[in-house]
Design a binder for this molecule. Structure first.
Ligand code: PLP
Length: 564
């Protein structure tokens, strides 16, 4: 079953989450969507890869929101057999003193030129396992610290053994976040000097060889996003024949810091935007963190109407999205507008079907959808309700929101309640809709169907952000705080607009947001000559979609990280 993937060496891409299709809930947010886009681009560009992730049988969670705005999370048990094929290989990893058997499901990503890439979803829910161990690969980002460590043992060590058992030759390992860094420990065990060559006090491990084989991408500057495990836990749960003293050298003396481990085991390290690389270099002194700015997969994130538009005016764009840079001169205004009207109509229909509310196609829609968490500041748009109402009296508009809060993030859940309260208070003045269950399909509809894409993170905490890139691909300009990718993407008035000046002390951001809406964005939208607005739509496509795509990102990983 795997024969077509075993004759040549491949790059093994490790990620705790991956967004393969809407029906497969093995992702929580940006990291998983990026992993999916990476493999989709590899398939289009025929870069031989194999992705390794967990089957997450209970998914992330299905989000319902009650009338008060309280999030209700439900596990979504999906059926791997419906979308993937069971592989007959089985490997074992010792965890917590028991042997845990790991199986794998194969999902094949197909590119538009016929390229195919295998994705392995690791699964411990096997009859031969202890009931507790069968759940290790059930809940994405669920459970306690010990549960997380067990998942990371399965992903890193189990993943490596599975690739070996399947006969996949790996030329390079790409760790995304520290979650998979234990694979490096297993590699060290594979690459050990013969005992007679090791002088007393020196390591048996061939570290340079392992570092040569590994790259590491860090995806967040938020401390809580970097896993740490106490050595007491590690000693209990991890295979006892790893040499803890050597691990301490690589992963920290006080506790096992997965990010530090990944940094020390990788010759090439990068952040996901230029600003994020700078921030990471300051966070991890002594390491060189390069920058490869994220991108989104062109075909996946273009609405049907834009796919047709680009097929007609810029054939080949799916393979070479650089061609989109010609959009400003080569696509007539009326055709761009017509494609947008269709994408907006699609969103309006979807909102109607989900909520029963009919949005007005003539009024601009502000779109905002992302994980609901404090640093993303979803409440900034509502920080001065009177001012917002005053703006709407001159230039009426509508708002569509969506996003999940992590099940343990009480603050994030509270933010959703507050947004619900604002929506209720503004009813009759400004239509504010909150759509539950943000997923790939909703993200497609929202990023293409909105008129303006809003982002209000607290700098420098947004590593990159990718939803604004999806918007750009559909001619939707961003109005955003200068952080993450927008530091590179924003050309004021040409590709969208900045809020504030990117400073971290951001008390005035609310006013700046209102000023921009009131004085710049809405007057342009409502101006008698629509061509001025369409010019910005074209700027978003030609300057940003042509660059912030995952094909460009993949070509950079291939030439700078994988081939060295
Ligand atoms: C693109 C996407 C994200 C990430 O968006 P950000 O702008 O990086 O916050 C999260 N969830 C889904 C479903 C997405 O499609």
């Amino acid at each position: 079953m795997l024969d077509e993937f075993t004759h040549g060496p491949r790059v093994a891409y490790f990620s705790m989450e991956i967004a393969l299709r809407n029906e497969i809930p093995t992702y929580a947010g940006g990291l998983g969507v990026l992993a999916g886009d990476t493999v989709r681009s590899a398939a289009d560009l025929m870069i031989p890869m194999v992705a390794v992730s967990l089957v997450s049988r209970a998914g992330y969670f299905h989000q319902q929101i009650d009338a008060q705005g309280r999030q209700v999370a439900q596990a979504v048990f999906w059926e791997p057999e419906r979308w993937t094929r069971a592989l007959d290989a089985k490997i074992a990893v010792p965890i917590d003193g028991r042997t845990v058997w790991v199986g794998a499901w194969l999902y094949v990503v197909e590119g538009h030129m016929g390229g195919r890439q295998p994705v392995l979803l690791l699964d411990t829910d096997l009859n031969e396992n202890h009931p507790e161990d069968r759940e290790i690969t059930h809940y994405l980002y669920g459970g306690d610290t010990a549960y997380r460590l067990k998942q990371e043992i399965v992903l890193g060590i189990g993943g490596l053994r599975m690739l070996q058992a399947l006969g996949v030759t790996v030329r390079h390992y790409h760790m995304n976040e520290g979650h998979s860094a234990l694979l490096g420990l297993e590699l060290l065990r594979w690459y050990t000097y013969p005992t007679e060559d090791v002088r007393p006090g020196e390591s048996h491990y061939n570290l340079p060889r392992v570092r040569d084989l590994c790259s590491f991408t860090t995806h967040t500057p938020i401390e809580a996003g970097h896993d740490r495990f106490s050595y007491e836990l590690v000693q209990r749960v991890l295979d006892s024949d790893f040499d803890i003293e050597s691990i301490k050298h690589l992963a920290g003396e006080d506790n096992l810091n997965m990010t530090r481990l990944a940094l020390n085991l990788s010759e090439y390290v990068n952040g996901v935007a230029k600003k994020h690389a700078e921030v990471s270099n300051a966070m991890f002194p002594g390491y060189r963190v390069h920058a490869i700015t994220n991108g989104v997969h062109p075909f996946t994130w273009a609405a049907e109407s834009f796919r047709q538009l680009y097929n007609h005016y810029l054939p080949g764009w799916c393979h070479e999205p650089q061609l989109l840079m010609r959009a400003d001169c080569c696509i007539p205004d009326a055709a761009i507008w017509e494609s947008h009207v269709q994408a907006k109509q699609y969103l309006i229909k979807k909102v109607q079907a989900i909520t029963g509310v009919s949005l007005d196609p003539k009024l601009p829609i502000i779109g905002y959808a992302r994980r609901m968490t404090a640093y993303k500041r979803p409440g900034l748009l509502f920080s001065d309700i009177e001012r917002l109402k005053k703006i709407a009296r001159h230039h009426p508009f509508q708002v569509v929101l969506a996003g999940k809060a992590h099940a343990h993030d009480e603050n994030g859940k509270h933010l959703i309640e507050q947004l619900y309260a604002h929506a209720r208070d503004l009813a009759g003045t400004i239509t504010v809709i909150y759509l539950p269950e943000y997923n790939i399909e909703l993200a497609q509809a929202l990023t293409a169907g909105a008129d303006v894409w809003l982002n209000t993170p607290l700098p420098p905490l947004e590593a990159s952000g990718t939803s604004g890139m999806k918007a750009a691909l559909n001619g939707v300009p961003s109005l955003s705080i200068l952080d993450g990718w927008w530091m590179e993407g924003c050309i004021e008035g040409v590709t969208g607009w900045a809020i504030g000046d990117g400073m971290e002390i951001a008390d005035g951001d609310g006013h700046e947001l209102y000023d921009k809406l009131e004085q710049v964005v809405f007057p342009l939208y409502y101006s008698n000559d629509r061509s001025n607005w369409i010019k910005v739509m074209k700027g978003a496509i030609s300057k940003n979609a042509s660059y912030f795509n995952s094909h460009r990102m993949m070509r950079r990983y291939a030439t700078e990280a994988y081939i060295r």
